[in-house]
Ligand binder design. Structure first.
Ligand SMILES: Cc1cc2nc3c(=O)[nH]c(=O)nc-3n(C[C@H](O)[C@H](O)[C@H](O)COP(=O)(O)OP(=O)(O)OC[C@H]3O[C@@H](n4cnc5c(N)ncnc54)[C@H](O)[C@@H]3O)c2cc1C
Length: 449
């Protein structure tokens, strides 16, 4: 069968993209290497859309939870992944958990039933030179293709590991304790939030890092490198009690105005500081500079809330270090997920720098709709940034800070803020607005099936 579009990678994103295109009548070639004698180090089966770890699509609460809202919007867009998840659902309280084998079989059966979708078990080693293409080969893209993508994008724009520092919601930082200043007080712009520590607080924090429970690397991740500038803080802490104080927690030049006295009207330097830098254009998310870590998530929350000013911090995401192939999308991709240097190639799924099963499938869904519009000669209009799909897409394709770009889950910090709504009611207000706006978008734009 000659095809209209070639989709490479039959995981969550590729299967969803194939569905959106196939049910609109486009001829799809879906290449999946598993089943041809190839596997990634994390997959165990040859089934499409295999869930490599947890069997959960996280919260299904679409009134107060951003990922639950994303479920809702995807269902409205006739998502294959959400339909298969519903069919394969197992009891898990307010979470949407599935029987992974039933789920994968359902995805495959529904795709196989579309006569214009051809599922081919083959490994693709180079980016096609021409023809509409979606690359959705995920965080463990096979080596030869990763090399081809690296050559097309510039090696420094394709990461093979994520080294994530925790990201905090700005409105949960206590500015009666913290203050804004430039990095180590150099330059005029006060771009950093500083959390001050006394000597006792620093020593207790240092001990907490040494004692904290860490996540082990998986066997196939054992050679994960510690690049300069992204060494886990607990590894730095092991090198000596002052290593952090002379590294990311250096307080030099940082007069804390909250500690001003008549003798020191500008304030005093703390013994150590934790600095946070803006992480998205909306200014709602701030990352803890130099705080990439392999501490267990619960341990991170407990320990980081001992930092002055972060006692009530809410985290949009916690730190981690994993093997993960992903693009610097804000730089490389246009607003339609196309490679700026080769616009016949679109990307989808985790390789774009979203994180998670649901997010990967959602980006697959949008890439399928974008391609369907393009093939039909229709102008594409993105879902509004006030929706979960639109907020995620905006983040990936331009709103994230390119310099610190790291994989991101959907969260309310990506949405245009509703400052006028009281904090307690904000989450519900985001979901009410999003549900209205997604329906408006579907009515007026979404390509008909
Ligand atoms: C070890 C690990 C555990 C994870 N655990 C979770 C979790 O518990 N919960 C969660 O929400 N997210 C988790 N993630 C993150 C992420 O959500 C998943 O990786 C998700 O499957 C990404 O979807 P995707 O469609 O982008 O990629 P995948 O689902 O990985 O799909 C990519 C597909 O492309 C195929 N492929 C790769 N290279 C080629 C090639 N050259 N030619 C043809 N086919 C190719 C692969 O075989 C695979 O089927 C995890 C990631 C990893 C690596």
């Amino acid at each position: 069968m000659t095809h209209d579009i070639h989709i490479i990678g039959g995981g969550l994103a590729g299967s969803e993209a194939a569905w959106q295109l196939g049910r609109r009548g486009f001829k799809v070639r879906l290449s999946e290497m598993r089943g041809s004698g190839e596997r990634t180090p994390a997959h165990h089966t040859d089934g499409l859309a295999e869930l490599v770890c947890s069997n959960s699509f996280r919260s299904d609460d679409d009134e107060k939870n951003a990922v639950g809202l994303l479920h809702h919007e995807m269902r409205r867009c006739d998502s294959l992944i959400m339909a298969a998840a519903t069919k394969a659902q197992v009891p898990a309280g307010s979470a949407l958990a599935v029987d992974r084998d039933v789920f994968s079989a359902e995805v495959e059966a529904r795709l196989a039933a579309l006569p214009n979708v051809e599922i081919v078990r083959e490994r693709v080693d180079t980016l096609p030179a021409a023809g509409a293409t979606i690359v959705s080969t995920g965080p463990l893209t096979a080596e030869a293709l990763a090399g081809s993508i690296g050559r097309a994008t510039g090696a420094e724009s394709l990461a093979f590991f994520d080294a994530i520092a925790p990201i905090v919601y700005r409105d949960t930082i206590d500015m009666d304790i913290c203050w804004m200043a430039s990095r180590w007080d150099k330059g005029d712009t006060k771009d950093y939030i500083n959390c001050p520590m006394t000597r006792d607080q620093y020593l207790a924090f240092h001990q907490g890092l040494l004692d904290g429970e860490k996540t082990a690397f998986k066997e196939w991740e054992a050679n994960t490198p510690y690049f300069d500038g992204c060494m886990p803080i607990e590894v730095m802490a092991e090198r000596g009690v002052d290593t952090l104080r002379f590294g990311p927690m250096k307080p030099v030049g940082l007069d804390n105005p909250h500690w001003a006295t008549p003798e020191h009207p500008n304030g005093r330097w703390p013994y150590a500081v934790v600095q946070l830098r803006q992480d998205n254009k909306l200014g709602t998310l701030w990352n803890m500079v130099g705080f990439q870590t392999k501490l267990k998530h619960a341990e991170q929350v407990r320990l980081f809330r001992t930092i002055p000013g972060l006692e009530k911090a809410e985290f949009a995401r916690l730190g981690g270090l994993h093997r993960n192939t992903f693009l610097n999308s804000p730089v490389l991709l246009d607003r339609q997920l196309r490679l700026k240097s080769a616009p016949h190639v679109r990307f989808a799924g985790q390789i774009t720098g979203c994180e998670g099963y649901v997010e990967s499938a959602a980006v697959g869904l949008m890439s399928g709709l974008m391609a369907a519009s393009e093939l039909a000669g229709r102008e594409w209009q993105a879902p509004p940034a006030t929706t979960a799909m639109g907020a995620l897409l905006s983040h990936i394709t331009g709103d994230a800070e390119a310099d610190s770009y790291q994989p991101m889950n959907v969260n309310f910090g990506l949405f245009p803020p509703l400052h006028d709504v009281r904090k307690k009611q904000r989450k519900e207000a985001y979901t009410v607005r999003a549900k209205q706006d997604i329906m408006g978008w579907l009515d007026s734009f979404a390509p008909a099936a």
